[in-house]
Design a protein around this ligand. Structure first.
Ligand code: BG6
Length: 491
């Protein structure tokens, strides 16, 4: 699909996300010739500065974070299409200025361009900006497409997500709204669907009859860095479980969609979320673990604990680790425990889905001294070492029938020998093309919050001792009890 002529406006253009991800992604799209011939980028943030100063900010961000060394001609070509507006998000005059600029750019190019508004500010401004876009009459145009791309977090709990949604739907039609969950833009996350629905051999075993449990891990080795202001309010559950991890879960558990069309895929995903019963307070006590990192190791260096991080209150009870046991209550999955775990400052960065099959029903080799027969395990690794691996039992060479597990592996790096695009490249391009499959729909986001909300509430009410784990470790021991009699895969 070609990308139509577009003016992309980024609210929060001097923020961390724009700096590290959005501007470099736009550069890489330009490098690949994926941007339309008529394309403008308007950067918006609260600081006043001339266009050239913002171009310098963008140039530096791209040089520092682009996945490829920028080519001077491509980079300057892109920057020549960049404009900047210093903004007060609550002031109608700012939106008038923006509108005038958009119209000027339309005229310069000889006709109207699509208008895409990307909200990458602090989340409290999302409703303010959305409402103001309507007041300024920027939310709809009969001649071109107008879209609103909204970064996470979409609300901080079920109620606030509903409130935000009611503002959004007052201003935009659902088909104009693109809610970002950047995990869906990752090649390896999309490969979960390719793996399941482009291969015939796994589908027959993809159910409760053959699968013992599923483990989804999103472990990070880094701490919270300089994000205390955001993170201490959010915690691991809101930061990663509510969005990325539940999205991974839906992709593993969904029924095959009839087509890759946005609503067909999202209809199947939301059914999975609706089949997860929100836990009662008692279930939260039994089926969740939260913990905070203490001093230890990060990348070979001694580091302090979470409470010593700059900007974190001494008595913070925010979790930096969460483990949860869930079940999808439907015919395919009833009785299969699905374990999710995520945390900062764990042993290493790894995002993976491990599908543990049941043991064979009868072991013919036992009497011959077999060792190490393990149930098959299929691991889809999103990062690092992106790929798929399947463990099999194999005969150890020799005169006796001894078995041990071996791995059959597909690795992206060696199979395709090319660098994958970054998630944001795919997402920005898809949004500009009006392709919504890799964005979350309103009902999905609300269903995600409906699962997470009771956990947040029960954790808030529980004033008991918080679990801890050493920085650089595999997490709190309480998480091993949660998963028993199963075991977490080693980190
Ligand atoms: C973000 C979280 O959504 O995802 C961060 O806010 C986290 O805390 C990040 O570090 C992880 O993303 P990725 O792409 O590095 O796995």
């Amino acid at each position: 699909l070609p990308v139509p002529a577009t003016t992309l406006t980024i609210f929060g253009a001097t923020g961390d996300l724009a700096h590290r991800k959005l501007l470099p992604a736009l550069y890489n799209l330009a490098h690949e010739g994926a941007l339309p011939e008529r394309f403008n980028l308007i950067g918006i943030s609260r600081r006043e500065m001339p266009d050239d100063e913002f171009r310098e900010v963008a140039r530096n961000a791209i040089k520092q974070y682009s996945r490829r060394e920028p080519d001077a001609t491509v980079l300057e070509g892109l920057l020549s299409r960049v404009r900047y507006v210093g903004f007060d998000f609550a002031d109608v005059e700012s939106y008038k200025k923006l509108k005038t600029l958009i119209e000027e750019l339309d005229e310069d190019g000889g006709g109207k361009l699509n208008r895409d508004f990307y909200l990458s500010t602090a989340p409290e401004f999302f409703p303010v900006i959305v409402k103001a876009l309507k007041d300024a009459d920027l939310n709809y145009d009969p001649d071109v497409d107008v879209r609103c791309i909204i970064e996470k977090p979409f609300g901080v709990d079920l109620e606030s997500a509903r409130e935000l949604q009611s503002v959004v739907e007052h201003v935009f039609r659902e088909s104009q709204v693109y809610r970002i969950d950047h995990y869906l833009g990752k090649e390896t996350v999309q490969n979960v669907m390719a793996f399941r629905f482009a291969n015939f051999m796994f589908e027959p075993v993809w159910n409760r009859n053959y699968i013992e449990n599923i483990q989804i891990t999103a472990a990070e080795d880094i701490g919270i860095g300089t994000r205390a202001g955001y993170y201490d309010q959010a915690g691991a559950l809101r930061d990663l479980v509510q969005n990325h991890m539940l999205q991974l879960l839906t992709l593993v558990c969904m029924e095959p969609p009839a087509s890759f069309e946005a609503d067909k895929v999202r209809d199947e995903k939301v059914k999975v979320l609706h089949a997860i019963t929100p836990p009662t307070p008692e279930e939260v006590r039994q089926c969740t673990v939260r913990a905070q990192y203490t001093a230890g190791d990060e990348g070979g260096e001694d580091v302090g604990g979470y409470l010593e991080e700059e900007g974190v209150p001494d008595d913070s009870r925010t979790e930096t680790y969460a483990a949860i046991k869930l079940e999808v209550h439907n015919w395919r999955w009833a009785g299969v425990p699905i374990y999710l775990r995520t945390g900062k400052r764990l042993t290493r960065k790894v995002t993976e889905i491990a599908v543990q099959l049941k043991p064979v029903p009868h072991l013919a080799f036992q009497s011959q001294g077999s060792v190490g027969v393990q149930p098959n395990q299929l691991v889809l690794t999103m990062q690092p070492n992106e790929g798929v691996s399947l463990s099999l039992g194999a005969k150890i060479p020799g005169s006796s029938m001894r078995i041990r597990p071996v791995n059959m592996e597909f690795l992206y790096g060696s199979a395709f020998m090319s660098q994958s695009p970054e998630a944001y490249e795919r997402l920005i391009m898809d949004a500009m093309r009006g392709e919504a499959t890799l964005f979350t729909r309103n009902d999905e986001v609300l269903a995600q919050w409906a699962i997470i909300d009771p956990i947040l509430k029960a954790w808030d009410a529980d004033k008991g001792k918080l679990h801890t784990y050493e920085s650089g470790s595999a997490g709190p021991t309480a998480a091993d009890e949660l998963i028993a009699p199963h075991k977490w895969r080693g980190l």
